[in-house]
Design a protein around this ligand. Sequence first.
Ligand code: BGC
Length: 721
Amino acid sequence: MNNEQLLDLVKQMTLEEKTAQLLQLTANFYEGTNVEGQITGPMEEMGITEQSVDASGSILGLSGAQAIIDVQQAYMKKSRLGIPLLFMADVVHGFKTIFPIPLAIGCSWDTELAEKSAEIAARESAVSGLHVTFAPMVDLVRDPRWGRVMETTGEDPYLNSLFAAAFVRGYQGDSLKDEPDRLAACVKHFAAYGAAEGGRDYNTVDMSERNLREYYLPAYKAALDAGVEMVMTSFNTVDGIPASGNEKLMRGILREEWGFDGVLISDWASIREMIAHGSAEDDREAAYRAIRAGVDMEMMTPCYVHHLPELIENGEVDEKLIDEAVLRILQLKEKLGLFDNPLRAADPEREREIVFSKEHRQVSYELATKSAVLLKNDDSVLPLQPDANVALIGPFAQSPDILGWWSCEGVKEDAVKLGTALQERLTGGKVQFAQGSNVHTITAEQIAEALEVASKADLIVLALGEDSEMSGEGGSRTDIRLPAAQLELVKQLKAAGKPIASVIFNGRPLDLHGVIDESDAVLEAWFPGSEGGAAIADVLTGVVNPSARLTMSFPQSVGQIPVYYNHFNTGRPLNPEKTEERYVSKYIDSPNEPLLPFGYGLSYTSFSYGDLEVSSNEMTAEESLSIQVRVTNTGERAGVETVQLYVRDVTGEVVRPMRELKGYVKLALAPGESGTATFTLNEEQLRYHHSDLSHRSDRGEFHLLVGANSRDTQKKSFRLV
Ligand code: BGC
C-alpha cells in the first residue's frame, strides 16, 4: 500500500477503531472472554471492552509461530478493514539462542559481532512470528546499583552509540519488506532512564539539558540515524515531567529536532503512571498529556481507548494528532509487509529448523569468548594446563543460571554449564566438584566438602556470582558485593593455600573486595548466554586468549558511586603524590580512582607500546590529525590488543572531561609481531555542547591519550587553531 492508500484507510476508520489501534496489550487479553461471552480476567480488571481488544493494533509478549498464526488469523477474520496486528516482544540479547548480556557484549568492543547477534535474534524471532523487538536498550548508566545496567553496553556515550547503531542494523537489515527474517527495532528508554537517582529503578532523573544532550542522548540519536523504526519512552521524569508526557522531549527533541517519524510507544503502563508521579490527575489527563507529547501507542493501560474519543469530541485534543499516530502505525505495518502477508515469516517448520540451531549457538559461543574480561592473573595462574588437577567449587560450577535477565525464550536447562565443559576439556587431568555454597547461603557441610575437594587439587577454580534475579528490571541493589555466603567461601578456601582462579557470573560491575584480593586470577564472565560454559571453559584453558575490555568502571566500594572515567578535574584535584592533603577533592577513606578503570582487561600475552606519533601539533578545522602508535606482542601467545584513543580538551567554555574515548583499534598480533594502530582525529570530534547548547569546538590546547585502557596512557598535546 502506498501512503495515499494508508491515508485513505485512516479516513475509513471510526474514532473508536483509531484509538484501539493505539492500544497494545499482552496476549492473555485475547483469551479474555469466557464461554458465555462475558468479559473476564485482565480485560475485566482494566475495564477494557471486547471491541477494543478486537480492534487493538498490537500485541506484546506472545511468541511461537503457530500461536501467532492462530491469533493473527482469528484477528483478521474479525477485522472490518483488514488491518493486521503487530507482534512485539523483548528480544534483548537473543530469542532462544541467548547471547551474552548487552553489558558483556559491550566489553567485546566488537560491533560487527554484536550486529551479527542481533541479526540472528531477529531471524529466530521472525520465524517465530514476531515483527518488532523492544531493543536496543541504550540508556547510559554510571551507577552499577541499577539492575538494568546489564542491558546497556556501558558508561561511554561514544561506544554506546556505535553499539546502538550496530544492533539496529542487525535487527532491521536493509529492508524490512524484502527481508522478512528481520525485525523492526525499538530503541529505549527515551530518555535518560539510566540516570535514576541512587540507582533505584524507576526513580527520579534530573540533570541539566546540556548534560542530557552531551552524554545521555547520543546513543538514542545514533539508533535513529541507523534508521530505527520505533522509540519507547522511559518511566522516569526528565526535568520534573514524566517522559511519557514530556512534550519538550518527545515532540520537541525527538520529532521536530531529530525528525523522527516512526512509532513512539509508552513503556509498560507509563502513561497511567503519570498519576502516581503527580503530573496527571486521572487517566483522562494522562491520555491528554501523552497524546500531546506525541506518544502513538499505549502499552498496557487503557487511558487512550477510554478517553481519547471524548477528548476529541469536546475539542480538547485535535483529531489530527490521533490520525498521525494511527498513520505511523499503519506505515510500520506496511513497511513490514503485513498488508500483503499478515503472517510474514511465521513458519512452524522453519522455526523448528532455525531456532537454537548449531550455527546460531556458535555465534553466541564466539561472542561469549570475546566478552569475558580477565581482571587479574598473577603468576600466570591461567590458562589452566590440560593436565591440571582442578577443584571446581562454587554455586555457579554446575549452574545453568547463566543466561541473565531478559532472556526471552531462552531455556536455562539448555545452557552449557561450566563444569560440564571444563570436564570435557581437561582430559589429561581431572575436575572435582564441590558446591561450596549456594548463591546466598552456606553451611558447615558445604565448607567441609569444599576444603576436602580443594585439598586434593593443584588449583581451585571458584565459580561465583549473582543469580539472574539480582539484576535486570527491578533488580537494584545497595550492596554490590557478592553475597556474604560466597565471600565466606572465598575466605575459607584461601586458607587451603592453593592458587585460586575465580570466575564471576553476574549482571553488573561489582565491588570485588573479598574476591579479587583473595584470588590469584579473576575472570569476569558476566551472564555469557546459551554457550556460556563452553566459552568460559575455553577461555580458562587458553583455547581462546581473552581480549575483552571493561566498558564500565568497577568501583572500590559502593560509596564511590558514581565513578566513571570521563569525569571532570574539579578546582581542587587530588595530587597522587600528596594524598594526605585535606582540602582537595577526595575521600579520606578511599582512593578516588575506581578499582578497575574503563577500558581495562588483561590477556594471556603481553603488549608493549612504542612512542606516540602525531602528524602535527596543530589541528585546523579542515585538516585532521593522524595519530599512530606501534604495539608489539611481547608474550608467547597470539592475542588481541584494543588500543584506545582518548582526548582531553584542556580549557573549554564549559569544563570538559579528563578524557573521552574517541576511537579504538583492535590489533591481532602473533607472538613477537608488531602492528600499528592508526587514528584520525578531526575538528568535528572535538565538538561539545556549550552553555547555549550549541555544538561546536573551542580553540586551544588538547591532550591525546593513547593506551591499553583509560588509565594507562601516553600523552601528547596539540592545539586546535
Ligand atoms: C520495560 C521495557 C519492556 C516492557 C515490555 C517494561 O517493564 O521497562 O523495557 O520493553 O516492559 O516488556
